[in-house]
Each structure stands twice: as structure tokens, then as C-alpha cells.
Design a protein. Structure first.
Length: 229
């Protein structure tokens, strides 16, 4: 059974989300604050997805997202916010969220995104002996341990970042259109903006490039997408 953490201080919204998740046979942990959520994660670490409201009492949802990501790169994170500005979306995705939805939101769309994230987490966890090590120059992508090494040094990646790298390694030198990356990583039925690809590419460059502002490996194909060099 999938375990979902819902962090929302508005009781009616939290209970509505929890009810719909339980109707889909998912276990739900509820918290009305970031502090309560972190305490729950300490005792229930194996959550598949966390749904985080931004405007929380005390620590906000962005800080909570950062706290979770420091110790868990596998969990899927969806941020909910009344803020619809582009800068807020980019901030949420840049600090490690996998997805971002603005309030008011469609419950059915939120459920679809949760299910898509659960499938991605399950697919990542289920890859075993059938996969192996992909080598590209100074980089080694280990599909068994889900690690990326650069000159033998481990680079911590989220599930989304790992799957983007996997797509690059399996298509070396090939220009990948943003929509192909979006479908390959987020799934065929993803409802979100293609800009989520750009934010994750920016985050990846910060992790793997010697000079992120002058990338040598993840190259932009202007007006199209990206290419792994």
C-alpha cells in the first residue's frame, strides 16, 4: 500500500485530500504543520509521496521541502500553493519538489499526479539485476544503486533527476525535445507545464557541471530541448 504524507493547515482541504487518497486505497499521514510532518517522517520514513502546502504556521512548505530533500531523494514531493507566480513555481521546483500545483486545484488532477509520482517511485525502486551501469566519459550511472558518479565521486540526485540522466545516457548525442523528456520522466498523462523540465535541467547542471553557466555536458538545443555531450 502506498503511503502519502499530506501537510496542510486548513482542516477541510487536508481532510478532502486524505479522503480521496484513501478512496484509492492509499495510506495517509496527516499533519497541520511542517514541524508535525517532520516528526511523522521520523517515525514513518517510508513515504512514497508528500503533498506540502506552502503557507503553513511556523516553518513554511518551501523550507519543509528542503528539509525533506536533505535526507530523502527518493520521496516524490508535490507543492500546493495559492501563489501562482512563475518565480514561486520555479523556487519550489528548484529546491527539490517534483511537481507544483496552484490553489484552487482539481482534486482529480491532484490524484492523477500523486499516482504518477507513485508509479515513478515504484519503477525506480523495482529496477534490479536487469539494469546495470551506464558509462559516459567521466560519469557512471549505476541503475542498481541509483547513483551517479563523476570521477568516482557520488552526486546525490532526486528520482526525477536520476531518470533525466538515465534518458540522456541512453540517448547520447541525441537532441531530446522537452516534450519527450517530460513524457519519458513524468509520464504520458502528465498535466503540468513543460517548464518543469527546464527547472530540473538547471538543477542538474548545478550538480554535475564544473561551470553551470557554461555547461559542457547538458547542452541546450535552442528552440528544441537538450542534448547530452
Amino acid at each position: 500500500m502506498r503511503r502519502i504524507l499530506v501537510v496542510e493547515d486548513e482542516t477541510s482541504i487536508r481532510e478532502m485530500i486524505a479522503l480521496n487518497l484513501r478512496m484509492k486505497n492509499m495510506e495517509v499521514l496527516e499533519a497541520e504543520s511542517a514541524e508535525a510532518a517532520l516528526a511523522l517522517l521520523d517515525t514513518n520514513p517510508a513515504c512514497d509521496v508528500a503533498i506540502l502546502d506552502v503557507m503553513l504556521p511556523g516553518m513554511n512548505g518551501f523550507s519543509l521541502c528542503e528539509n525533506i530533500r536533505r535526507t530523502d531523494n527518493a520521496i516524490g514531493i508535490i507543492i500546493l500553493s495559492a501563489k501562482s507566480q512563475e518565480t514561486d513555481k520555479i523556487r519550489g521546483l528548484s529546491i527539490g519538489a517534483d511537481d507544483y500545483m496552484t490553489k484552487p486545484f482539481s482534486v482529480s488532477e491532484l490524484m492523477a499526479r500523486v499516482e504518477a509520482l507513485c508509479r515513478r517511485v515504484a519503477r525506480s525502486a523495482g529496477e534490479t539485476a536487469e539494469t546495470g551501469r551506464l558509462v559516459s566519459g567521466e560519469f557512471v550511472l549505476d541503475e542498481n544503486s541509483h547513483m551517479l558518479l563523476k570521477n568516482g565521486r557520488q552526486i546525490d540526485l532526486t528520482q526525477v533527476e536520476f531518470q533525466i540522466m538515465e534518458l540522456f545516457f541512453k540517448n547520447p548525442g541525441t537532441a531530446l525535445v522537452r516534450e519527450k523528456i517530460l513524457k519519458g520522466v513524468w509520464g504520458e498523462n502528465y498535466f503540468g507545464d513543460v517548464k518543469i523540465v527546464d527547472v530540473n535541467i538547471r538543477r542538474l547542471r548545478m550538480k554535475i557541471e564544473d561551470e553551470p553557466s557554461n555547461p559542457k555536458h547538458i547542452l541546450t538545443v535552442w528552440g528544441y530541448g537538450y542534448r547530452w555531450n
